[in-house]
Design a protein around this ligand. Structure first.
Ligand code: AMP
Ligand code: GLY
Length: 426
């Protein structure tokens, strides 16, 4: 069958790699795609947030499945339009995507269905938000309600920082996304993501993954889209894992009770607190870069899993995983996440991919004839599989060292904290 995949990041390169490996996939179209998807599929120029345009393209090219990677088209309701045209779609409609599109909605769902999370308040004006801050004090967390490209959260150590974040939100820094503000208790502990395939009824959890959000080594510097990630997560106990799976099951049951028809990936972002795992957020999609360590471990045919999800027969599927550990390191442009230059030629990708167990997923790249050029802040995700966590990490860094361009930067400490054990978070 032909498939249309929406998105352009490392996540979409990893999804595309798994889709084209399936015997069910004839032609794969990626809109808009990147330099990596250009090599394995057809990149197409299409407004991924325009449901009519996406549906028309799928019809004209006989696509029987549409897969939505990023949050913006999900929140815009593209899945609803595709689905209404009778085409299978992997990714929830607008009602389900609200778990990511509105932090207030997601918190209300958590509270209503008794899912552990931080105490919070929601505000639509600065005065009442500042009054809540005065009452609770710092440290405290200020969040723009809507989508803010991962930049809408301030973990404020002082009252002044929190005040500034509140005022900025209501002054329109995030546009309409900041017109409502969620303020919540600061939680502490290691973070861990648990993603699950769900058709709204059956919930199939994937292995936990942990990403490194901060730009610089030692988990310092500004937040980024993620500088590296690993899966599974060695510091998660069996008991915590069970609790997270139970929370995900109850979240899906809660959405079902709300009349939400959810078909896709539900992503639970957890903090492993001394009182047990608590939810920081839900995302309505695969994580980026979590996908780049999850999908290379999945042995089950991804097209079959996605079709079963879209057709609400996920109970027919069981997931089969490789035993290997996976570590992925992000190669970024010098200056990311602040300002950086693009357009440098990248060398060494082929050599890196010749290493057994290495996958190089493209994020911000584009092709220029035979050359691969940098075209974004996060440029490549270098994933390695290994029999142990250390083996996977060492192989990932060996592969990273084979790749070069002017201004290549990376964190050298991906996974280092986890290798020290749980006490590294104390
Ligand atoms: P979110 O987009 O809600 O996941 O927030 C982005 C990041 O902010 C998370 O990955 C955490 O590192 C941090 N964060 C969010 N909420 C909290 C909280 N209640 N306590 C501590 N850190 C938080
Ligand atoms: N890695 C975090 C996210 O995908 O939102």
């Amino acid at each position: 069958m032909n498939i249309l995949l929406l998105g352009s990041g490392g996540r979409e390169c990893a999804i595309a790699t798994s889709l084209v490996a399936s015997p069910h996939c004839d032609e794969l179209f990626v809109a808009p795609g990147n330099g990596g998807t250009a090599g394995i599929a057809h990149n197409v120029a299409l407004d991924a947030e325009d449901g009519q345009a996406v549906t028309r393209f799928a019809q004209e090219h006989d696509c029987e499945l549409v897969v939505i990677g990023p949050e913006a088209p999900l929140v815009a309701g593209v899945a609803d339009v595709v689905h209404a045209a009778g085409i299978d779609c992997f990714g929830p409609g607008a009602a389900g995507a609200r778990v990511e599109g509105s932090k207030d909605f997601s918190k209300r769902l958590m509270v209503k269905y008794d899912l552990p999370t931080a105490a919070y308040g929601t505000f639509t004006d600065a005065d009442s938000a500042l009054a809540y801050l005065n009452e609770h004090g710092a440290p405290i967390v200020v969040k723009a309600d809507g989508l803010a490209a991962g930049k809408g959260v301030t973990v404020a150590q002082t009252k002044e920082e929190a005040e500034e974040a509140i005022v900025e939100c209501f002054d329109g820094r995030f546009g309409a996304a900041g017109a409502t503000v969620v303020i919540e208790e600061m939680l502490t502990g290691p973070e861990c993501s648990l993603l699950a395939f769900t058709d709204g009824q059956t919930v199939l959890p994937m292995a936990p993954a942990q990403d490194h959000k901060r730009a610089y080594e030692g988990d310092t510097g500004p937040n980024t889209g993620g500088m590296g990630v690993y899966s599974p997560v060695p510091i998660v106990t069996d008991d915590e894992h069970e609790q997270m799976v139970d929370i995900m099951n109850r979240a899906v049951a809660g959405m079902r009770a709300e009349g939400i028809d959810y078909r896709g990936v539900l992503y639970g972002g957890f903090m492993l607190t001394p009182q047990g795992p608590k939810l920081l957020e839900f995302n309505a999609r695969f994580g980026d870069p979590e996908t780049q360590v999850i999908l290379p471990r999945l042995k089950t045919d991804l097209v079959e899993v996605m079709l079963a999800t879209a057709e609400k027969r996920l109970d027919e599927v069981s997931l089969d995983w490789r035993d290997d550990w996976a570590v992925s390191v992000v190669l970024a442009s010098e200056g990311y996440p602040l300002s950086y230059k693009k357009g440098f030629e990248i060398t060494g990708i082929d050599e890196a991919e010749k290493l057994d167990g290495v996958h190089v997923y493209h994020a911000g790249t584009k092709l220029d004839g035979d050359k691969v050029l940098t075209n974004g802040g996060r440029v490549l995700n270098v994933t390695a599989l290994g029999e142990s966590f250390e083996a996977a990490r060492d192989l990932a860094y060996r592969a990273c060292d084979l790749i070069d361009w002017e201004g290549k930067t990376l964190r050298r400490d991906i996974g280092a904290r986890a290798l020290k054990g749980r006490s590294a978070w104390d």
